[in-house]
Design a protein around this ligand. Structure first.
Ligand code: IVH
Length: 664
């Protein structure tokens, strides 16, 4: 291949990428495409000095970064005012008309994509950088990560000299679920929802990892544009389309309020069929010249508003209630539902939290129930349609015995707990937790492997892992000698993990990964931690009475002392590498996040505070821009207003429980 042929091949593959990823209309079979692509890769490997920066192969990611540079937005990235009410929407239209001196403008309606906002700058048609919104005036330079998006061209033909395009990076429902299934199979932690997964992925410093995640992008606006040729939202969309930049499939221009109402209803009806998650409609004045006259408030334009859709609720029948035994022996009731579609996915199970909750909502087997799924994976049963009862519904009784080992259950607060340490379900969950990516990270020890080890009675306690032999593992289903050796090797390697991973892996109630890191910094060894008094533990930042007692009790129970001696015997690392050093805790859904609690909740605020702390979050008394979440109970007052003003995310108790359950 000569230089010209190479360039032609780059262009051909690029055109097929556009056909496949942007237009969703492939012009080649997958096989033909793969052949072309492989040709390109092989040629570039042989001629590394010829590789064009915008070759489609460059979408697999490059060198990892140590941090993200900060970039200032030339045109600030503002947010939008939003409303859930059609009356407020009408008031918005009236404000606009008044602002325009009585003129009724054309409005546009497009989907509000629930992703992560970014701004991408092209100069002379070349992608120069891509930046997160950040605080609106300065964001992170995530160019390398954005370059991996198949939908996003790195070169534009016939674009203005400077063109900044803005839009939302997202994960499709299908892509998100497939990724989570793969993560589950590998024993990695799951993302709570597609938005978190997108935000987490864009923060990765290694773009090769980003390239493996199913990210997409849709564009709806501009930042700086050198020539002022674009005059309206409609023209902007057409301009993007001609440049092969991805825009939403659905878009409407409306001339009056009737059409506006109808467009919004239509979008609400069909939004589940769109490839991206949407939580509303964005209504904008079409003509840019008119927008100028209207201007901005301090945080949002006066010419646009987001109309948010209510979280989708559907009714279905609760067939029966099954029981799930957790790692610490807590028995959770689960609703088995007649499968229904909610927010784009089929739901057949929902958590019922605990038996007090079932009694409070008077949920019965056979009931028609209302379920809701607001972005998060785990749907919740909101209420019961008592008016649909036939009299055949069955009351749900709390079990007396553990469904796995038949030990007598004990009531602890709202929970029922099995205290038998040999309970097979607990052993299973304890092993899964010990081995998973966030804890001891044992390669090859996913859920299916754990099941086999427990079912064949090869492991009854975590330390039994370290006595496993290749021959025994090899005799299990679907295991050859090679995979058996790999597993034993993975187990061996885990002996050298940092202390916090072991502390976390032990599964001490109330100790999440963030707190485990803090404990490692506070004690020189596992023995130091095990010997700590409740007072010493309480002296650690963020450790309250409940958590301190839980840690103390854990290490003072005979069964745990035996376990720890056995692990010591196998040579696991008990020594801290970070004792006395300051370390930034990892961030997760709750880990590292700042919470404020307000209003009346089902239990005292201290109980919620403990929960947040044990999951590695922080709790403060007052709301500021730094606050990540306001946990708001009934009759929340001024804090709620302030959180709304500052755009702090507000969680109801149920939403919080969903998040917390996820992180546990
Ligand atoms: S237009 C000046 N259009 O939602 C801001 N924004 O909650 C104009 N968003 O900040 C933004 N879909 O990040 C616009 N079709 C859409 C959108 C959209 C999602 C985001 C955007 C905005 C946020 C407000």
């Amino acid at each position: 291949m000569n230089r010209k042929e190479y360039e032609a091949l780059v262009e051909t593959v690029r055109q097929h990428d556009v056909a496949y990823y942007v237009d969703a209309a492939p012009t080649l079979s997958d096989r033909e495409y793969d052949t072309l692509y492989r040709q390109l890769v092989e040629f570039e490997e042989a001629h590394p000095d010829w590789v064009l920066a915008d070759s489609p192969t460059c979408k697999v990611g490059g060198q990892a970064l140590s941090h993200f540079e900060q970039v200032q937005h030339v045109v600030p990235m503002l947010s939008l005012d939003n409303t859930y009410s059609r009356n407020e929407l009408r008031a918005f239209v009236e404000r606009v008309v008044k602002g325009l001196g009585g003129q009724r403008p054309v409005f546009t309606v497009d989907p509000k994509v629930d992703g992560v906002a970014v701004s991408i700058r092209y100069e002379e048609g070349k992608l120069v950088h891509g930046v997160t919104r950040g605080d609106g005036s300065t964001g992170d330079n995530i160019t390398e990560n954005l370059r991996t998006l198949k939908q996003l061209p790195t070169v534009l033909k016939g674009a203005p000299a400077v063109l900044e395009v803005r839009g939302e990076v997202f994960m499709s429902h299908a892509g998100f679920q497939q990724m989570n299934r793969q993560r589950e199979a590998r024993g990695e932690s799951l993302f709570a929802n597609a938005r978190n997964a997108t935000a987490g992925t864009l923060k990765l410093l290694d773009s090769r990892q980003v390239a493996k995640r199913p990210l997409s992008i849709v564009l709806y606006g501009t930042g700086e544009v050198s020539a002022g040729q674009i005059e309206s939202q409609t023209a902007l969309r057409e301009c993007f389309q001609s440049l092969q930049l991805p825009v939403s499939d659905w878009f409407r221009e409306v001339n009056n309020e009737n059409d506006l109402d109808e467009a919004i209803s239509e979008l609400d009806r069909l939004r589940q069929t769109l490839p991206y998650p949407t939580d509303g409609a964005v209504i904008k004045v079409n003509e840019f010249a008119l927008r100028e006259g209207l201007g901005f408030t301090s945080k949002a334009p006066r010419w646009a508003i987001a109309y948010k859709f209510e979280a989708e609720q559907v009714e279905t029948r609760l067939k029966e209630v099954t029981l799930q035994v957790g790692r610490t022996g807590i028995v959770t009731p689960v609703a088995e539902l007649e499968p229904v579609q909610v927010s784009g996915t089929t739901v057949s199970r929902a958590t019922l939290h605990n038996f007090k909750e079932i009694a409070r909502k008077d949920i019965r087997e056979g009931d028609w129930v209302v379920i809701e799924k607001a972005g998060e994976i785990i749907p919740a049963v909101i209420s019961v349609r008592t008016d649909s009862r036939t009299g055949k519904e069955k009351k749900i009784l709390a079990p007396i015995q553990c469904p796995a080992c038949e030990a007598k259950l004990v009531q602890e607060n709202v929970f029922l707990r099995c205290l038998d340490p040999a309970c097979s379900e607990q052993v299973r969950r304890a092993l899964q937790h010990f081995a998973h990516r966030g804890a001891m990270d044992i390669d090859g020890l996913g859920q299916a492997m754990v099941d086999q080890l427990v079912d064949h009675d090869l492991v009854r306690r975590v330390d039994d892992l370290y006595e496993l032999e290749v021959s025994a593992v090899q005799s299990l289903e679907r295991m050859g000698e090679k995979s058996a050796r790999n597993l034993i090797n993975g187990i061996e390697v885990s002996k050298t993990r940092p202390l916090w991973k072991l502390i976390f892996g032990l599964g001490i109630p109330h100790v999440g990964s963030g707190l485990a890191r803090q404990l490692e910094q506070s004690f020189p060894s596992l023995d130091g931690l095990a010997a700590a008094s409740v007072e010493e533990l309480e002296a650690i930042d963020d450790v309250g009475g409940i958590v301190a007692t839980s840690i103390h009790d854990f290490f003072n129970a005979n069964k745990h002392q035996e376990l720890i001696e056995a692990l010591r015997g196998h040579g696991l690392n008990f020594k801290s590498e970070t004792f006395g050093k300051e370390e930034v805790p990892a961030t997760g859904v709750i880990t590292g996040k700042k919470f404020v609690i307000t209003g009346t909740l089902s239990e005292s605020r201290d109980v919620f505070k403990e929960k947040i702390l044990q999951l590695g979050g922080k709790v403060s008394g007052s709301i500021s821009k730094q606050t990540d979440y306001l946990l708001a109970g009934e009759s929340a007052g001024s804090k709620l207003d302030k959180a709304e003003k500052l755009g702090v995310k507000i969680l109801t108790e149920a939403e919080f429980e969903k998040l917390a359950q996820y992180e546990r």
